[in-house]
Structure formats: C-alpha cells, structure tokens
Design a protein. Structure first.
Lengths: 271, 317
C-alpha cells in the first residue's frame, strides 16, 4: 500500500520536477548561468533576471557603496555610491535586494560625476548594491550588507517636516551649491514629498519619479529617477562637472501623480 | 550516525550552546552600597547585546524606615525580578514605591517585578511609555534575545506632580528636566545627598540621543550642575563625587552639534558625516563609535531641514 502509493506519487512528482526544471532552464539556468553573488543574497537571481535583464555583470571594487553597518532607523538609511576608475558610466542602478520593491533609484550622470547620495527605506536587513553600466554594456556591481534590525531605542520615525503640512509644501525644494576645488559643483537638494510606497495601509503609491539638474539654457546635466524605496522628503547629493554657464542650476522633476518640481538655485548661494 | 538521530544531536548541541539560553541566564545583580541606605546596581558601559542582556544601565534603591524606594527597573522582567530578590536580601522592609526616570527601555522594562506597588514617573514619561513602550520592547527582544522572555510593558501608574516629598525618614526632591528624553526626572535624596541623575548625565560613556533635544538638554545640564550633592549616580557609568558626568555630557553634546552643523555648512552628505573621525578626547568614552553614528541618524535629518536654504520656486513662472 505504502509502496504502491509512493511509487505512483513518486512518478507524478518526478514528472512535475522535470517540467519545473525545464521551465527554470528556459528562464535562466540553462540559457546562461547566474553569476555567483559574493554577497550570497537570496534575491540575487531575481535581481539578475528582473532588473539587470541577465546582462553581462562583473563584481567590481571600483563601484563603492557607503552605508552604515547597521541602520538605526529603517526609514532613513543613508547611502552613497561612487564609481572610481571606470570611464563612460551610462547609468547607475541602486538596488535593495530584500525590499519588497528592489529598485530604489536610477542615476544617469550625463555631465555629472558617477556619484550620488540619498536615503532609502529598508524593510529588513539586506544587501544594498549599485550596478554601474559602462559603454560596453557591462554592469559593474558593488555593494554592502546593511543590518536593519534597528538599534537601541529606535522607534518608527515620523514625518519630520512635511508632517501635517505636506500638501501645501509638496515639491518645495531646498538646495545649495558648493563649488569644489576641481571645477566640480556639488549640489544638495531636499524635496518635500511623502514618498508613499503603496504598501502601507490604504495609502496609494505616491512618489517622486524623476529629478533633473539643468543649466540656465535648459540643457540636462544629470538625471535621477527615484522609486518608492527612497525616503520621505528626499535629500539628494550629486556632483556636476564645472564650466556651467548661467550662474546656477534648475532642478526640475515630476512625481507619479504628475505634480511638477521646478526650482532654481544660484551657484553662489549662501546659507 | 543515522539521519534523524544525527539531526537530533545537532539540535541539542545548538540549544545547549545558543547564547541567551533562557534557563541559565542571570544578570548576577549585586547591589553596591554607595551611601547610608543607598544601593546601586551598576551595569556595563556597553551597547545592548546578546551577551549583556541589556544590563548596561545603573538602577538603584533607597531603604527608608517605612520601606524601599526603587529607582528604575532595568531592561527586562528578568532583571526586575533579580533586582527584587537582591533587595529582599538587603532588607526585610517591603518595597513601597518605584520611580522611573524616563521612558527608555533599559530603564522601565523590569516594571513587571514591581507591579504590586505604585510606579511613579513624570506625566510625559507615562504618555511616552504608553505610546512607544511596545515598539521599544520588541526592538530590545531583537537586540538581546532570550533575556527578554516574558517581558511585558507595564505603564507607570502615578504622575510625579510635585517637587518633592518625604518617604519614611528620607526627603526626596524631584527635579523635572528635559532634553535627553521628552522628560527626564532626576531625584535628589536630600537626606543623604545622593543625586540619581538618570540619563541626563553619562560618565565615561557616550551619551545616547534617540529622543534628544540638545538645546533643552544643555539647559537641564546647567540646572543639574548647580545642585548640591554628595554623590551622583549617572544613568550609565561609574558613581562619582562631583559634576564630572555633567561636564563630560555637555562637552560631548556641544561637540556633536557643532560637528554636524559644520558638516552641513560644508555640504557633506550623511554617509560622510557618519564616517567623520572622533576626536581623541572623546575616544575614551565607552561605545562612542556606535553612539556617534546613531546620533547622526537621530539629529542629521533635522539639521539638513533647518540649514538647506530655500531654492527659488519656478513652478508658476
């Protein structure tokens, strides 16, 4: 009885397993193996297929991700990404493997350095990785593991500014330019936006989608696409290469409800 | 070894070696007599860990001739019960009062052991425990594990609404302060000159800032420094005979704020600020590296909000 049952069930399972393996093969394993992830992240396979489209990848120390070892609060985890020693970076993706929404940002440097800093929300401890695409179509990947179980007296953070008035302040911009010695202008901007993920309560996803830095003539110098995981009231840092005409920068963008961002910051602005 | 037995053996080994295995856990609390009728349970100067079980805090008690007044109850029910037993070994007098200095989890989560006596705290502290106690308790479970088993939040049930009172043969002065937490209570035993400073003052240990308002804290430290006392029991770190803990705390906080504000003026971003070097004179404070980074998390977003100038709005051009 047991033998007979096992045999029959066994054959069915075997068949199912072969079919399943076949599907997996077609998806990836046989088409091109998933490169080994030095971070051993359980979501790497998904990131590789779903975000990097099974492209050519190389894990590369030239892509530096700076973040705390342990996040004190899960709502404002600071991250900076800098690519050093690689030319012609086309774009940089910021990915938090174990977030329900993995892709946090896409940075297109244009005339900016391959560097940006912002803060993200984290649902749990995760690898945070940056994938920088070079002209030859290769993703160069760096990353860091961030423990996000919280620390000490952490409590859920609350809206620190947008708070009760976020509707009237929506998409207001604070910004300042710091000219650097090497002809680079560092720009920091803070945009009032709730950055709702759509995963909490009955609050629909509502987030800033795009931010561009432009010169006085409207030429785009850098573009940052932001997604749900970016923290409330995003604070963005980036570095534009100099020789900019017009004495300042415009900061333009839009959120997923079509609300416009449009501000101007003087290059010599003083706090 | 056969499969199941092999697995079973591994499980037993894992259980036996797991840190924080509940039956064998003990804080081994030993009351230290620091003055007449006055005892302190001195914790380590570390951050929360599986090894210390959250015993990073100083708690204490005063033996009056009518009964015992307990000041803060530690990080867990287990700590509270151990405290209770240790007090019973010092005196046959009953415990008649608990006073909680502020709403951080290492100071009140032992309340369960004293749930049969009135637990006093400032009104803001009571409200804060009610609002955030569970979240804090959960977080401490994550940080110290099994030491917390059975711990539940007991909200203090009596407001400290007076400037002092006599309990038995001791006269206590209640000093309501602010800035380390939403409300901080310091207690001066005028009979012995012992000042329980709570977490207003840290000695040889980096101050913590999760609910800090530094400007208010600095004002409170001035008030604390002007009090005449014989010995100060800081919330963390050794007991001392002068106001050195107040001075250390002030010096660190002033440096902390200036460091962050200067960094904001230079255009630094948050990861750069977190990795700034800590000056030699603060490097000797226990846990300073972790606490500095935690403080950047707590304080930086607000400094950026305050310091970044408004850009020119062109939406209506």
């Amino acid at each position: 009885m047991i033998d007979g049952g096992m045999g029959k069930m066994g054959r069915i399972f075997q068949l199912a397993a072969i079919l399943f393996a076949g599907i997996l093969c077609a998806r990836s394993a046989c088409a091109g193996t998933i490169p080994k992830d030095p971070f051993n992240s359980p979501m790497w396979g998904w990131v590789f297929e779903g975000i990097l489209n099974e492209g050519q990848v190389v894990f590369d120390d030239h892509v530096k991700v700076v973040a705390p070892d342990s996040a004190e609060g899960n709502f404002q985890v600071p991250i900076s990404v800098r690519v050093e020693g690689l030319d012609d970076i086309q774009e940089i993706l910021l990915i938090v493997d174990l977030n329900p929404i993995q892709k946090a940002a896409r940075f297109v440097p244009l005339r900016a350095r391959p560097y940006f800093a912002l803060r993200v929300k984290m649902g749990q401890a995760s690898v945070i990785r940056a994938a920088a695409l070079t002209k030859d179509g290769v993703w160069h990947i760096g990353g860091k593991y961030v423990d996000a179980s919280g620390g000490g007296c952490t409590v859920p953070s609350v809206a620190i500014s947008s708070g009760a008035n976020w509707e009237t302040n929506l998409n207001n911009v604070q910004a300042q330019v710091w000219p650097q010695k090497n002809g680079v202008d560092r720009i920091r901007a803070r945009i009032i936006h709730p950055m709702d993920t759509g995963l909490s309560g009955n609050i629909p996803a509502f987030f800033m989608e795009r931010l561009s830095i432009r010169d006085a003539n409207g030429a785009e110098l850098a573009r940052l696409e932001t997604f749900e995981p970016v923290s409330e009231d995003p604070v963005i840092t980036l570095e534009v290469k100099g020789e900019v005409s017009g004495g300042g920068y415009s900061i333009t963008g839009i959120d997923n409800n079509g609300n416009e961002i449009n501000a101007w910051v003087e290059r010599a602005s003083k706090s | 070894m056969k499969g199941p037995l092999y697995l079973f053996t591994i499980m037993i080994c894992l259980l036996a070696s797991a840190p924080g295995r509940s039956e064998s856990l003990s804080y081994n609390l030993k009351p230290v007599k620091v003055a007449k009728d006055t005892y302190v349970f001195q914790g380590s100067r570390e951050h929360f860990s599986l090894e210390n079980g959250g015993n990073i805090v100083n708690t204490g008690f005063i033996v009056t001739n009518e009964g015992v007044v307990v000041i803060d109850t530690g990080p867990s029910a287990r700590y509270g019960y151990e405290m209770h037993s240790a007090i019973n070994e010092v005196t046959p007098l009953p415990i008649i009062r608990v006073i909680i200095t502020h709403h951080h989890p290492d100071h009140f989560l032992g309340n369960q052991a004293f749930s049969d006596v009135p637990i006093w705290a400032l009104p803001e502290t009571i409200a804060a425990v009610r609002a955030e106690g569970d979240a804090m308790s959960e977080n401490l479970y994550r940080l110290v594990g099994d030491w917390m088993l059975g711990t539940e939040v007991i909200v203090p049930n009596n407001s400290v609404n007076r400037s002092g009172e006599s309990i038995g043969d001791h006269r206590l002065r209640y000093i309501a302060l602010q800035g380390h937490d939403k409300a901080d209570l310091a207690i001066l035993d005028e009979t012995t000159g012992i000042l329980f400073a709570g977490d207003q003052a840290f000695m040889d240990r980096a101050p913590t800032t999760p609910h800090a308002d530094i400007a208010k804290w600095l004002e409170s430290l001035d008030e604390l420094e002007n009090i005449d006392f014989y010995l100060m029991i800081p919330g963390h770190g050794p007991v001392i005979g002068d106001a050195e803990a107040v001075r250390q705390t002030r010096e660190y906080l002033v440096w902390l704020v200036k460091t962050l504000e200067d960094a904001a003026d230079r255009g630094s971003e948050m990861t750069e600020v977190m990795n700034l070097p800590i000056p030699e004179k603060f490097a000797r404070l226990a846990s300073v590296k972790e606490e500095y980074r935690r403080s950047v998390h707590h304080l930086w977003p607000e400094i950026v909000r305050r310091k970044l100038p408004k850009a020119i709005d062109r939406r209506n051009d």
